[in-house]
Design a protein around this ligand. Structure first.
Ligand code: 2PG
Ligand code: MG
Length: 425
């Protein structure tokens, strides 16, 4: 193996898919360079690592000049001389530089960019793809690797589409596909069919933050009807070939046991909210529901998991914020059976990996996920493959910051050739 001693770490200001400034880090070693960009959420959990922004008037206060300079001025001196191949030590150095909760001093955006860039530098030093450098135990079986099942957005709502409907992500899960390539083929047909469904009714408005359609719908249930119709119109069999995944992102419109459905002008308590969701699970080909109730409601999460967890994935995102301790507690309380893994919620790759390991060790499933604010960075595709997550979620099948990741998954599948073992179940 080549020596991978870190010789330089630099921060740079770049732009994300919402036209907001974001942080890029470059880690240089004696034998290779790595680069990564921080993503940003819109519907963030309160327990996430801090996305450090400058405040003030420019760009609604969203500039990142402090986070960028933290990389060059504070992080670089602490990392130079370390071995990039030793991710744990690099991440521990970041933690000891900023022991605050959620990297509030350095900025979680600075930290995640550096941590990811370091992993890329280690991969470059070894001359191998990132997914292989981060390969987890048991992922490769007799030389073969299975790929995560994608969750791909068809309609966007919630915080990503000015709350036209309350559900944030309506996605398809092409679980019956035999290859990743086929999963995307099916999705592209469904996306088109959903577009025609809207045109036929004069409901086409635009696209939401993650590239999914943003239709002029009046109720959440209409979106479920439209998505089910689009799956069927694409000639695919609901559930067995293609299931529906929902991210309710309920923390965005509920707290203290009250949920306000915007356009429907209804307010539900936790029990009524759960009844509504269970009725959807009974009626539609739903295979996964994320954040069904708000992050402040573990009892509601447990009640929903008790009602549906044998049939579907109940996913914790804002609720678990990629935190190993929260994952362990959720496993004990049975308040979720699947964990969304977002590296920038945790800050370092080591912490994100610990949350994933905590889930797998307890029999929970995992989905590695991008954010609603993204860039051309494709790290999450590699992490999903190498870490052996069950699923991967990066938004819709349109827009470059999304297709960058799907196309990278295709490249990984192709590079595996006969050693690709289909999709993980
Ligand atoms: C989520 C993500 C992706 P955001 O809630 O799962 O859809 O959104 O990045 O805005 O948190
Ligand atoms: Mg979510």
């Amino acid at each position: 193996m080549n020596d991978a001693t870190i010789t330089a770490v630099t921060g740079h200001r770049r732009w994300d898919s919402r036209g907001r400034p974001t942080v890029e880090a470059v880690v240089t070693t004696t034998s290779g360079t790595g680069r990564a960009l921080a993503p940003a959420g819109a519907s963030t959990g309160s327990g996430e690592a801090l996305d450090l922004r400058d405040g003030g008037d420019r760009f609604d206060g969203l500039d990142v000049t402090t986070a960028v300079s933290n990389i060059s001025e504070r992080i670089a001196p602490a990392l130079i001389g370390l071995d990039a191949a030793d991710q744990t030590t690099v991440d521990a150095a970041l933690e000891s530089l900023d022991p605050s909760v959620g990297f509030s001093e350095l900025g979680g955006n600075a930290v995640v960019a550096v941590s990811l860039a370091n992993a890329h530098a280690a991969a470059a030093s070894r001359g191998e793809p990132l997914w292989r450098t981060v390969l987890g135990p048991g992922v490769e079986i007799a030389g073969t690797v299975a790929l995560p099942v994608p969750e791909i957005q068809i309609f966007g709502g919630g915080a990503h589409a000015h709350r036209r409907i309350d559900i944030q992500d309506l996605m398809v899960v092409p679980r019956g596909a035999t290859t990743f390539a086929q999963a995307l083929d099916w999705t592209a047909e469904i996306y088109r069919a959903a577009g025609r469904w809207m045109d036929d009714r004069g409901l086409r408005m635009g696209v939401a933050d993650e590239g999914g359609w943003w239709p002029a719908l009046d109720t959440n249930q209409q979106a479920l009807d439209a998505l089910t119709a689009a799956i069927e119109a694409a000639g695919l069999e609901p559930v067995t070939q293609v299931g529906i995944a929902l991210d309710i992102a309920a923390s965005q419109f509920g707290r203290n046991g009250r949920y306000r459905l915007g356009r429907e002008e209804r307010e539900l308590d936790t029990a009524a909210m759960i009844d509504l969701l269970v009725s959807w699970v009974d009626r539609y080909p739903i295979v996964s529901v994320e954040d069904p109730v708000a992050e402040d409601d573990p009892a509601g999460m447990a009640a929903f998991t008790a009602a549906t967890g044998e049939r579907i994935q109940v996913v914790g995102d804002d609720f678990l914020v990629t935190d190993a301790d929260r994952v362990a507690r959720a496993a004990e309380d049975r308040s979720a059976n699947t964990v969304l893994i977002k590296p920038n919620q945790a800050g370092t790759l080591t912490r994100a990996r610990a949350a994933l390991d905590a889930a797998h060790a307890r029999g929970l499933q995992t989905i590695v996920s991008a954010r609603s604010g993204e860039t051309e960075d494709v790290s999450v595709a590699h992490l999903a493959v190498g870490w052996g997550s069950n699923g991967v979620k990066v938004g819709s099948i349109t827009r470059g910051e999304r297709t960058a990741k799907w196309n990278e998954m295709l490249r990984i599948e192709e590079s595996l050739g006969d050693r690709a073992r289909g999709l993980r179940r």
